[in-house]
Every structure is written in C-alpha cells, then in structure tokens.
Design a protein around this ligand. Structure first.
Ligand code: IPD
Ligand code: CA
Ligand code: CA
Ligand code: CA
Length: 266
C-alpha cells in the first residue's frame, strides 16, 4: 500500500464527508433509536457511512470497510487493508448540540494500524498520525506526552462511573475523582481520545467501546506515547467491543492498579 497516497486520499475524503455533514443541518434529520433510548442513529450517520464506502471502493476495490452502521460488507478478519470508520462519533451531540462530534477513521494493514484520523466536524480540526512517522494537529506535530502525577491529572469519565454498575467498583472511582485535579465528559469517545493524545486530558476510559470508536485514536496514541488497553490491561482489539482506557504513560499503571477494580463477570 502506498501510505502517502492513501493518507492524502483519506484526508480529502474526511474533509469532504464533514462538509456534507455540516450541510445536512439545512435539511430534515431523521432520528431513530437502536439498542436503547439513548442509542441514536440518523439518516446522516448512514449517508456519511455510505459515502465513505463508495469513495473508498472507487479508490481501491480491494480495501474493506468495518463501520458502525453496517452499510458495508461483513468484516470478520483483518487481512489486507481494512478501514475502521465511525461516520459520526457523538451522534447524541450531533442531534442535540450540533457540535462536539467527530469522524473517526483508522486504516489497518493485516491488522496493524497504519493511519489514524479524528476530525472535529464543526471546528474542522484534524488529529492524524502515520504509524512510525508521527502525529499532527492541523499539520503541527504533536509532542510526546510529558509525565505527571495522578494529583495533577484531568481525566475524562462520565457520571456512570461513580454510580453502581456491573463493570467496576465505583467507590474506588469516587476516590479517584476526589484525588485528580478535575474530570470532564464530552460525549464523544473519539474527541476524548483526541484530547488525551494532545495533552488536553490525561486519561479517558469507557466501560464499552467498539472498534470504530477507538481505531483512529489508538493509531495516533502510539505516536505520542499515550498508552491504550482494556481496563484489564490487555491490548485493544479491532474486531470486537471491550472496555477501554487511554492514558498518559505515567498514570496508566496507577489507574489500573489502584483505582479501577473490575467486578467479577458471570
Ligand atoms: C458513542 C460516543 C459516546 C460513548 C459511546 C459511543 P456514537 O459513539 O462515543 O461518547 O460513550 O459508548 O457509542 O454512538 O455516538 O458513535
Ligand atoms: Ca452509535
Ligand atoms: Ca462511536
Ligand atoms: Ca457513530
């Protein structure tokens, strides 16, 4: 695969997809729920995903696409070139706030992340990386993350973490909330990951994310030294959903060892 050519194509494609999403505010939005009342999808999520699939297949018909809304083919293995795409990450923000939602794209070759993109559709901010080459924010190189303590950290978690839940001991997380400098919750996993790789947050964690939420971000994380894993400390996978954490390398082990106590699963 010609990495430079795919990178150039991907950047143009993402910016064009974002332009179309912004334009969609001038026509009718159809909002539906999926697995629950808080799990939303719109015609624009689906249309954006289809746009990606058509354009990528025209660019190279051998490339395969694993995307949230299932408009493409079934992808059950990662051989060859696979694009992992979330056409709109933060659909609830898209519907309710008309801002704070991202396009997330990762390009894998034989399962290895090569190109990663997170694009803030309304701000037109691009975070991207080429594996082994570097990572950039709107063309400016992103620096390696600097060490800091838990007490100096600002972490991205949502309110569910401090309520009783089936994943973690919430009292330990409450202790973490009282220890850190601050907490934030933005409603788009890709945005929170983009903030960690650029040092605007020091960690972000989630009880359940899918490959399309994280693929682009994990590839960028590798270039700046941010550590990604499941909450059990295992490497992230690009074919199934799991728990997820991304953190500054100086606090990742402390978060997992001292504050995130996984509950036994039945
Ligand atoms: C969701 C957002 C949200 C996260 C959810 C994701 P979507 O993605 O990233 O912040 O908490 O787990 O599913 O559905 O808006 O693409
Ligand atoms: Ca969704
Ligand atoms: Ca998502
Ligand atoms: Ca989505």
């Amino acid at each position: 695969m010609d990495i430079q050519a795919v990178d150039q194509f991907a950047q143009q494609l993402i910016k064009e997809a974002a332009r179309r999403i912004r334009e969609s505010f001038s026509y009718d939005l159809h909002v539906e729920t999926k697995s629950s009342d808080s799990d939303l999808v719109t015609n624009v999520d689906r249309e954006t995903e289809l746009f990606f699939i058509e354009q990528i297949k025209t660019f190279d018909a051998t490339h395969r696409i694993l995307a949230e809304e299932g408009m493409g083919e079934q992808v059950t293995d990662l051989t060859g070139v696979v694009w992992v795409i979330d056409p709109i990450d933060g659909t609830m923000n898209f519907v309710k706030q008309h801002r704070h939602f991202m396009i997330s794209v990762g390009v894998l070759v034989d399962g290895v992340g090569k190109l990663g993109y997170i694009f803030d559709v309304m701000r037109e901010d691009l975070f991207h990386a080429i594996a082994g080459v570097g990572a950039w924010y709107n063309g400016t190189p992103l620096r390696k993350l600097e060490n800091l303590t838990i007490e100096q950290s600002v972490i991205g978690i949502n309110a569910r973490w401090v309520t009783e839940n089936k994943y973690v001991d919430y009292e330990q997380v409450s202790k973490l909330v009282r220890t850190v400098r601050g907490t934030r919750s933005y409603g788009s996993a890709a945005m929170e990951i983009a903030f960690v790789v650029s040092g605007k947050l020091d960690a972000y964690m989630s009880m359940r994310l899918a490959p399309w939420d994280i693929a682009g971000g994990v590839i960028i994380a590798n270039e700046v030294g941010a550590v990604t894993s499941t909450l059990a400390g295992e490497p992230v996978q690009f074919l199934q959903s799991n728990t997820f954490i991304i953190a500054n390398p100086s606090i990742h082990p402390i978060l997992l060892d001292q504050y995130i106590h996984l509950l036994p699963r039945d």
